[in-house]
Design a protein around this ligand. Structure first.
Ligand SMILES: Cc1cc2nc3c(=O)[nH]c(=O)nc-3n(C[C@H](O)[C@H](O)[C@H](O)COP(=O)(O)O)c2cc1C
Length: 217
């Protein structure tokens, strides 16, 4: 097909892309210790822009990020890890991350999208119980993973972790009841390599053969 774009050999384009992609996937690790060096807000925004290209059912795009920077990140920790629990906390420099991002999703975006004329016959617009799987959570997980890879590409460290004290977080940050919280991502400049090691780090990665089930389970 003719076009105004330069001709690129598809095999060489794919080869050079896949080298970079594989490097980023292999080098990404969860980071649990950060310096207090500031993070450029435009870099975070461009990583979220990349992540927003992740697929979503019916292109419903129900992923949202609550971004808490600097003193707002400390408001998060005041709730998630109150002062009295900090002495015994295994990763004190996690709290230095200048950015906290809550990865959340909006199931109502899916009900609205699947009530539109081209999707109405599916019946999925009628309620969340109609869905075979929570696609809003799946899509937000795809976007979150893409976000983590984009952060790695931008040479920033990140930790996705389970949030605690959800009711208090919702109240403090005015998160509506219908919004589902997937988890928290702490983001910043990593202060040392040892910081990347969590309690599960020594577990072996499963082999490809143990993952693939050929023909039947
Ligand atoms: C859904 C999910 C929840 C996680 N929760 C925590 C957590 O609460 N605390 C933590 O230190 N790491 C948490 N992790 C990070 C995992 O421990 C980590 O991804 C795993 O050990 C593999 O290490 P790697 O990502 O550095 O390769 C979580 C990861 C995922 C995907």
């Amino acid at each position: 097909m003719a076009g105004p774009w330069p001709k690129v050999s598809s095999s060489s384009a794919l080869a050079s892309k896949s080298v970079n992609f594989a490097d980023i996937v292999r080098s990404r690790r969860m980071s649990r210790s950060f310096s207090n060096q500031a993070v450029d807000a435009t870099v975070i925004a461009s990583c979220i822009d990349l992540a927003s290209r992740a697929p979503s059912a019916g292109k419903s795009q129900g992923w949202h990020v609550l971004l808490l920077e600097n003193e707002d990140a400390q408001r998060y920790w005041d709730i998630a890890l109150p002062m009295e629990r900090r002495n015994s906390f295994a990763f004190p420099r996690l709290l230095q991350a200048p950015v906290i991002a809550l990865s959340v999703c909006d199931p109502t975006a899916y009900l609205e999208r699947y009530s539109e004329p081209d999707k109405q016959a599916t019946g999925l617009g009628l309620g969340v119980e109609q869905w075979p799987a929570p696609y809003w959570t799946i899509d937000a997980s795809f976007a979150t993973m893409t976000f983590l890879l984009a952060l790695e590409d931008a040479q920033l460290g990140a930790l996705f972790f389970a949030h605690s004290n959800e009711a208090a977080l919702r109240s403090e940050f005015k998160i509506p009841d219908h919004i589902e919280i997937l988890g928290t991502i702490a983001i910043g400049h990593v202060d040392d390599e040892g910081s990347r090691v969590g309690r599960s780090a020594n577990r072996l990665r499963r082999s490809v053969e143990s993952i693939i089930h050929r023909k039947n389970w």
